[in-house]
Each structure stands twice: as structure tokens, then as C-alpha cells.
Design a protein around this ligand. Structure first.
Ligand code: PSV
Ligand code: MN
Length: 424
């Protein structure tokens, strides 16, 4: 299903008076509003194909109904999100869950929904039906070279699917590691992983990037083989110029200073992209900005400063993706909230007075530094983000429009009340 243009316009016309009042208020304080709006309009966040269904917990899964049953329906869902917010114009696929049956048809569908294919994701953390060798004790790190070869071949197959669809990056996330002390020789595990990654890297087509995620822990793990940004950076430095670290916000130990990590990776030219989410205790896939919105803003503050310092294009030079999983919310509502939180943090970071901040830093004026950042963080920039949406033909209030159009009910009528999205 798609939303008719006039439906969005009708909801917008109900809200426009209020919006104009709020927008006028914010704009009065901003000197370069047009260039900020342009950046907001250009900024697109990829939706992962695995976030459109209910993920569940270790204890169970409470499916919500109307979940997409195949790749086509996942793209349809993202098309709906993109119509509503104008900022979700990309999809990140996970193989083997999303193997296209017909590349041409999937490409056509993507252009119909105005979607681009962002990074492809491989899966060597699960055994698939009919798979010759098991990943129970790891994949790219495995002590048996035959298992490593199988995992390498899978990643190369993922690249091939991506080439057919017009993607230009591969994200590797490994659940490789060990459950108990002594189980693994850390150095050998590193060397095996590096050797495997080198073979995958060698298969990257021209213009492709390899993103390597890190993750500090998983239930069941004593050590993960790509456990933190230092380890990821070691690998990507050894791999070469097409390899980058990918920062998944939920993959850090409590209180990690993610904004500092981001600043240093950017400085080294080794930051590849993001998986946005939020976390509190054990769940690292919560709605972006739902727990620590200030941290999200501080991360964007470093991103904008660091990208500008390197003359990078905000929209294109890094991979922007969400990585979330929903247990109690409608996944589409949750994704609308995540995208909104990201856009707000980005808009706020664009408003930071860089000149004043540099001056205050140079003068060791700690109080002024805090004031400069917090003044922006406490500014309600939602009207700016809404104006960007309005100008791209999307909804002033995507969540309200989604609810009032009763999109979930329409999806349930079409797909059924008992549906389980393929994937996680
Ligand atoms: C597992 O932690 C995970 O959330 C990783 O962050 C990956 O990016 C994602 O799953 C998809 O494989
Ligand atoms: Mn991730």
C-alpha cells in the first residue's frame, strides 16, 4: 500500500497554522536557516529490513499483526515511512533473510518507493537449514579453516547480491568469541578473523566499503572477537582504505564516552557509519533517543564538527542506519520515533555556535562551553525538522498521520493478524 499525496496534504493543512507559528518562533533566532533546512532535507536514514517486525526477547515474542512477510512487504513498509517523514529513503538488507528472487523487480520496487540500498549485512551468527558446517564456535575466527572458508564465501555472496541491487557497502557483525576463559587463544582468534576479513576485503568491488561492527558483550559471551572500537580499528587499519569501523550505539559498556570514540575515529578517517538505537541495561536495540537524548546530541555535535573539519558531505560520506528491535511497540511507530530523534539531534548539532565554542574552549571557559551546548540542546527544534518534512512533501506530524490513517489496521487487513516477519 502507499499513502495518497492528498491524504498527507489534508493532514498537513489541519496543522499548518500551528506549525507556522512555532517555526516562525525558532527561525527568529537562526541566521542561516535555509542551509540548515537543506541539510535536513538531504539527510536520509536507512531502515534495517529486520526492524519491521516484532523482535521479541529471550522469553518470547508477541507478534503485532500485519508484519511484512517478505522482502517486498518490508520495502513497502519502508516506503510508507519515507512517505510520512521524507527521511527514510534507504533500506539495509540482511542475507540470507532478504535474498531477492528477482533483482530487476526489487530494483523497480525500490525506485517506486524512492529507496536506495544501503549497506548489506551478512549473517554468520546463525546456522541456516542445509548449511554444511556449524557456526556454534564462531565463523571468521573458527579454528577449522573449512568453517572460515564457508563464512568467507557467504560474505562474498552477500556482496554479489548487493552489487545487483546497487548497494556499495558490506557490514560485518560477528557473534564470534568465547563463552569461558581459556576456551580461545585470543591472538589466534584475531589472526584467523583478520585472515578471513582480508579475503572478504579482496572481493570488494571498486567503490565498495567494508564496515566492521564491534560489540562488547552478548548474553553467553566471556569475550567477543571484535569487542570494542580499538579492536575494530586494529582490523580496519590492517585491512586497508576501504575498511571502516561501524559504531552501533548499543554496543558499548555502560558509561562509555561514545562521542569521544566517534571524534577520534573521524579524525583517523576510519569512521564508516552508524547503527542508531538506545540502551539501558541488557537491551541494546531500544528506540533511538528514548533513554539518552543528550548523548545522541553530543554524538551529533562531534559528527558535525568532525565531518566539517574533514570537508565531508554529511548526507553521503557516512552510512546512517538504524538497528533496532521492538518488543512492545508497533515497529513502524517506533521507527518514526527513532528517525525523529536522529533528525532532532542532527538539527541541534547544526545550530551549535562553533566559533563561540572554539573560543570558549581556547579560553578554558568550561562554564561557557556547557552553556553553548545545552542552550542548543534545550532549544525545541522540532518545527525545523517539521519544516524540512513539509518541503519534501512529507507529513508535518508523521506519527499522528500514521495513526489517523490507521495504517496498521490496513496492513493487518492485507497481511493478516498473525504474521511473523522473516529475520530476527
Ligand atoms: C546484534 O547485536 C545485532 O544487533 C548487530 O548490531 C547487527 O548489526 C544486527 O544484529 C544485525 O545483524
Ligand atoms: Mn548493529
Amino acid at each position: 500500500m502507499t499513502i495518497e499525496k492528498h491524504q498527507i496534504e489534508q493532514y498537513n493543512s489541519d496543522l499548518i497554522g500551528r506549525h507556522e507559528k512555532h517555526f516562525g518562533f525558532v527561525v527568529a533566532e537562526i541566521s542561516d536557516v535555509e542551509s540548515i533546512l537543506e541539510k535536513l532535507i538531504g539527510f536520509q536514514i536507512a531502515i534495517p529490513s529486520w526492524a519491521l517486525g516484532t523482535g521479541g526477547t529471550r522469553f518470547g515474542r508477541f507478534s503485532g499483526g500485519g508484519e511484512p512477510r517478505n522482502l517486498e512487504e518490508k520495502m513497502e513498509d519502508i516506503g510508507l515511512l519515507h512517505q510520512l517523514n521524507g527521511s527514510s529513503g534507504a533500506i539495509s538488507l540482511h542475507i540470507p533473510w532478504d535474498i531477492p528472487s528477482n533483482y530487476q523487480e526489487i530494483r523497480n520496487l525500490a525506485s517506486q518507493f524512492r529507496l536506495r540500498f544501503d549497506a548489506m549485512n551478512s549473517n554468520t551468527f546463525q546456522d541456516q537449514k542445509g548449511q554444511a558446517l556449524s557456526y556454534k564456535f564462531g565463523s571468521l575466527q573458527h579454528v577449522d579453516p573449512a568453517v572460515r572458508r564457508q563464512a568467507i564465501a557467504h560474505n562474498i555472496e552477500v556482496i554479489r547480491h548487493g552489487v545487483e541491487l546497487g548497494s556499495d557497502s558490506l557490514t560485518v557483525w560477528l557473534s564470534d568469541g568465547s563463552s569461558f576463559p581459556g576456551q580461545l587463544n585470543f591472538r589466534k582468534a584475531f589472526e584467523n578473523t583478520l585472515g578471513s576479513l582480508q579475503e572478504i576485503y579482496a572481493a570488494l568491488p571498486a567503490g565498495w566499503k567494508l564496515f566492521l561492527e564491534y560489540k562488547a558483550f552478548e548474553p553467553n559471551f566471556y569475550a567477543t572477537t571484535v569487542g570494542d572500537w580499538g579492536q575494530s580499528l586494529l582490523y580496519v587499519n590492517k585491512l586497508g582504505p576501504k575498511a571502516f569501523t561501524l559504531v552501533d550505539l548499543g554496543h558499548h559498556l555502560p558509561n562509555a564516552n561514545i562521542e569521544q570514540i566517534v571524534a577520534l575515529l573521524l579524525m583517523e578517517g576510519k569512521l564508516g557509519g552508524f547503527h542508531f538505537n538506545d540502551s539501558k541495561y541488557g537491551d541494546d536495540d531500544l528506540t533511538t533517543g528514548s533513554i539518552k537524548p543528550y548523548q545522541l546530541f553530543l554524538i551529533f555535535n562531534e559528527l558535525v564538527e568532525g565531518m566539517d573539519a574533514r570537508g565531508m558531505n554529511h548526507a553521503r560520506d557516512l552510512g546512517w542506519m538504524i538497528d533496532a528491535s521492538h518488543n512492545v511497540k508497533d515497529p513502524l511507530e517506533d521507527l518514526l520515533q527513532s528517525v525523529e530523534a536522529i533528525m532532532i539531534a542532527y538539527a541541534q548539532a547544526l545550530l551549535v555556535d562553533r566559533k563561540m565554542l572554539r573560543k570558549a574552549q581556547q579560553e578554558n571557559d568550561t562554564v561557557a562551553c556547557q552553556e553553548i551546548l545545552q542552550a542548543v540542546f534545550r532549544t525545541d527544534v522540532r518545527p525545523l525538522v517539521a519544516e524540512a518534512r513539509l518541503r519534501s512533501g512529507a507529513a508535518l506530524d508523521p506519527l499522528k498521520t500514521y495513526r489517523e490513517l490507521e495504517i496498521r489496521n490496513a496492513l493487518i487487513r492485507k497481511r493478516g493478524a498473525v504474521t511473523v516477519a522473516s529475520g530476527l
